[in-house]
Design a protein around this ligand. Structure first.
Ligand code: SRM
Ligand code: SF4
Length: 576
């Protein structure tokens, strides 16, 4: 493989590099002066470039926005704490690890929560600077870390958590781990700074990522059709698992899609969300080379002058998908074959008990907003804790912020079921709520423009009333609320998507489909919850009367031309 091909090609963006590029390049492989900063007790925050660099180590500096104004008024420093995001490719974690994380979250973090994310990992919010090393050492003691879960690297690799296809899941999950390991930064900075390991500078190199790392964040997913439970189109690379024709429990290879992504900026027409493009099939043995080539092309051709247009979808738009594909083949030395047919029937998690092909049992638990807290919904935390003590197997965090208790033997099923019933963990919510999602937003997210996680429950309750009125109790709509246009809750793949604009105000998008393969369109702009619910009530009533068979709400609003259908988002997304 030649990963340096075309380095001087016309496709490299020329111009003044963004400041982030200076920080990365001068960071001495992500060290910066973090170690020195850790000794500074005068502030609870990090200084200058370190604020940006700690993200490569999986942490974000935040302050509590609910009390920000009050602290300014009192002339106090904002109450800085860190959010830490762990790395768990495919979301699989042992119950032993869980018990340790729960204990740590309750005794050492300000908010006393574990937050399951929609990329199959967890975040701890509210870690004071002087507890950071303790946190990393705790993770290390249970073979976990937070390296490369943020910033300009490949993030946590997600993988279908679908328990039905137990053998295929195991195979796909193995590849999620392999890909994650292959693309990890090679710098020793993480272990030196956080684990007090000896300094090793000799021969330090980043052969895949380079000393300037990637131009922007990079995301990979592996999916097992027919359930698009990972939301493939939010990813720079998506791999569609194609089973072997003879032994259906083994993987033949993957169809490859590139250039998905959802973040936009309000009214900035140079940004747009994108459905990923299919570029071909590759057999399982060659997948690492192809993935590595895609990453290095994006490394070399991605726009390092403008972070708003730095992701793979913008590179593809600029150079053309055919040139991108040619370069993959040239760097990897592998000719991509024609895609194998596949289809999606559904998205999201299936709650309750199922038996896998491996004969073991799986219990999927609904966790509202993925938030496991000592305070709110504490029965969920206590229930999960008791299950973790009774079950020696694993948990799987899903891409919809839920939890699967996996691999339960016939003998242990009754015991786990009794605990789940005791804590009301089964059948505890409506289909509508199960298919809804919100991002974290206030109070911890510095980029939040409007409420999301704290708004979802009340909003769904009001929608449930509209559903009840229209006899739609067995129905659902994929509803997502995201606190700003960065789109962490993937609202731009929802049937109903709310995107925060300012406190209490949202843009309402309609017309994504249930399987997550269509971008919705703007329906109304800058409205409060009351107006949004009034509009939705009219449309939902219309849908209940006029929908054809099992027609989803998103398909209905497109068929009735209530919003336009988006087929080519880079051209059509902003058109009125
Ligand atoms: Fe996100 C930034 C939370 C999934 C697009 N995201 C953030 C930050 C770190 C805010 C910040 O930069 O300071 C948020 C932390 C809030 C907090 O207090 O915890 C945040 N993002 C999340 C999570 C926790 C949302 C959730 O409720 O689950 C998800 C963590 C995933 C993980 O474990 O890695 C999360 N973020 C996503 C997704 C969905 C996905 O990946 O499937 C997206 C859209 C898909 C995409 O990338 O196109 C997403 N987050 C962003 C962006 C926009 C990036 C861009 O392309 O422009 C930002 C802002 C940025 O990077 O500059 C962002
Ligand atoms: Fe924060 Fe915006 Fe992401 Fe929500 S969508 S977590 S508000 S960055």
């Amino acid at each position: 493989m030649n990963n340096n091909k075309n380095k001087d090609s016309n496709f490299i963006v020329k111009g003044i590099l963004s400041d982030a590029e200076r920080i990365k390049k001068n960071s001495n492989y992500l060290r910066g002066t973090i170690q020195k900063d850790l000794k500074n007790n005068i502030t609870n925050g990090f200084e200058g470039d370190n604020f940006f660099l700690i993200r490569f180590h999986g942490m974000y500096q935040q302050d509590d926005r609910d009390i920000r104004q009050e602290r300014i008024y009192q002339k106090l420093e904002p109450r800085y704490t860190m959010m830490l995001r762990c790395r768990i490719p495919g979301g699989v974690i042992t119950t032993k690890q869980w018990l340790k994380i729960d204990k740590f979250a309750i005794s050492n973090t300000f908010y006393k929560t574990i937050r399951l994310t929609n990329r199959q990992t967890f975040q701890l919010h509210g870690i004071f600077k002087n507890k950071l090393k303790l946190t990393h050492k705790m993770l290390n003691s249970i073979q976990l870390d937070s390296l490369a879960t943020a910033n300009d690297v490949n993030r946590n690799v997600v993988c279908s958590s679908n328990p039905y296809e137990s053998y295929l899941h195991y195979e796909s999950y193995k590849w999620a781990k392999k890909i994650s390991d292959h693309l990890l930064p090679k710098t020793h900075a993480y272990s030196e700074i956080w684990l007090d390991k000896k300094k090793i500078f000799s021969n330090e190199k980043e052969p895949i990522l380079s000393e300037s790392y990637l131009p922007r964040k990079f995301k990979i997913s592996i999916v097992i059709p027919p359930n698009n439970d990972v939301d493939i189109h939010a990813n720079d690379i998506s791999l569609i698992t194609i089973p072997d024709f003879i032994n259906k429990n083994k993987i033949l290879g993957f169809n490859i899609l590139i250039g998905g992504g959802l973040s936009i900026e309000h009214n900035n027409h140079s940004t747009w969300p994108a459905i990923a493009s299919e570029i071909g099939f590759v057999s399982i043995k060659k997948i690492l080379s192809v993935v590595e080539s895609i990453v290095t092309i994006q490394r070399d051709w991605g726009d390092r002058t403008n972070r708003k247009n730095a992701k793979t979808r913008y590179t593809i738009k600029r150079v053309g998908i055919d040139n991108f594909k040619k370069e993959i083949e040239s760097r990897s030395g592998i000719i991509l074959k024609k895609n194998y047919p596949y289809f999606f029937l559904e998205r999201g998690d299936k709650f309750g008990w199922v038996k896998g092909f491996n004969g073991l049992w799986y219990l999927t638990i609904f966790v509202p907003n993925g938030r496991i807290s000592q305070y709110n919904h504490s029965n969920i935390r206590l229930g999960i804790l008791e299950i973790a003590k009774a079950h020696t197997g694993t948990f799987r965090i899903t891409s919809s912020q839920n939890l699967i208790i996996s691999g339960i033997s016939d003998n242990n099923k009754k015991k786990i079921n009794n605990i789940a019933i005791k804590y009301n963990l089964i059948h505890n919510t409506s289909l509508l709520r199960q298919n809804s999602m919100a991002c974290v937003s206030f109070p911890t997210c510095p980029l939040a423009m409007a409420e999301a996680e704290r708004m979802l429950d009340g909003f769904i309750k009001k929608l449930e009333k509209i559903f009840l009125k229209n006899n739609l109790i067995d129905e659902y709509i994929v509803v997502r609320i995201t606190g700003c246009p960065n789109n962490c809750a993937r609202a731009l793949l929802a049937e109903i998507g709310l995107i925060g604009k300012s406190p209490g105000k949202y843009n309402l998008y309609l017309g994504g489909n249930r399987i997550g393969t269509r971008i919705p369109s703007l329906y109304i702009e800058n409205c409060n919850e009351k107006v949004i619910l009034e509009k939705l009530s009219i449309l939902i009533t219309l849908w209940s009367i006029e929908k054809k068979n099992k027609e989803g709400f998103g398909d209905f609003v497109i068929r009735k031309k209530i919003v336009k259908e988006i087929t080519n988002s880079s051209e059509e997304f902003w058109k009125k």
